[in-house]
Design a protein around this ligand. Sequence first.
Ligand code: EPU
Length: 310
Amino acid sequence: MKTHWPNQTENKAASTAQSQSNENDRAPLGYAAVEDLSRHTSFGIGGPAEFFFTPAGRSQLIETARRCREAGLPTYALGKGTNLLVSDEGVKGAVISTAGLQNIEANDGTITADCGVGLPRLIALAEERGLSGLEPLAGIPGSLGGAIKMNAGTASRCIADVIKEITLLTPDGGVFCIGTAEADFGYRCSGLDGAIVLSATFRLLPSDRRRVAQSVRAHWQRKAEKHPTTQASAGCIFKNPPGNSAGRILDHLGLKGAVEGGARISEKHANFIINCGRAKAADVKALIRRAREAVLSVRGIILELEIEVW
Ligand code: EPU
């Protein structure tokens, strides 16, 4: 996590963005005493959050985070939960869902959207306006905030490639507007850990609407052919080691179809673990351990997790 952000009072773009708060912000802070996180992850796995908040807009989210900070609660931002494994014990502290932050608008070759907006909705608007750049991300199910934190992408494009600026909330409550250089993006990572992405602006290229639509369909189709997109998973489990594919390595080691409890390594793509119905986080962790041990002992490669674990 970066520690030196620009001076907040000098950051005009951030304060402008902050003042455009959603009118829903006057609604009471959404609060549930205990919430089962399996309902909020694409894996369908996870114990309860001690405190669960669903702020209705940006200023409520900032206020919720402030209260949690003052109460000394560890705080986790939750987008669509598509790249996340939550332990069976759940989470001690506060989980703040970004689902209520849904503003999105297109302007002069850019799109600005809140962190809770799903990538499919962002891509649909780009397609509607004939704006090119996001097509290779078609089929990635996450929210914009989560996708930016982990620099989601494919082999040919990552989300950082099309970001103009990001507005974020730092752990000590500052709201800053930063460019991509300051976000320290890398392969499936950023320097934004600990901060909450509030919104982002994407710089896109004006193009032919039909051509953008065709490209989006082609990327969707390719993903559906290669990945088990209709089953409960968290996307690729491991990062690819340099110059290789974790899926190919696991496949060659015969790990497709390996089972632990209710979790199974996908027969379609070996870097996916599927919840076959009643998987526990412990089952997924056991499969992860098994896969890593096999790859280390046979190939001498340490596989790094791509998913986040709470
Ligand atoms: N392969 C196998 N067996 C498998 C899986 C893959 O032999 O079980 C082979 C494929 O045939 C191909 C090669 O491995 O020759 C690479 O496979 P693929 O094209 O599926 O790409 P990947 O390296 O496994 C990466 C990203 C995906 C992204 C695809 C497509 C990572 C960890 N994964 O996968 O991203 O969709 O490229 O661009 O970087 C994700 O981040 O969650 C994710 C799914």
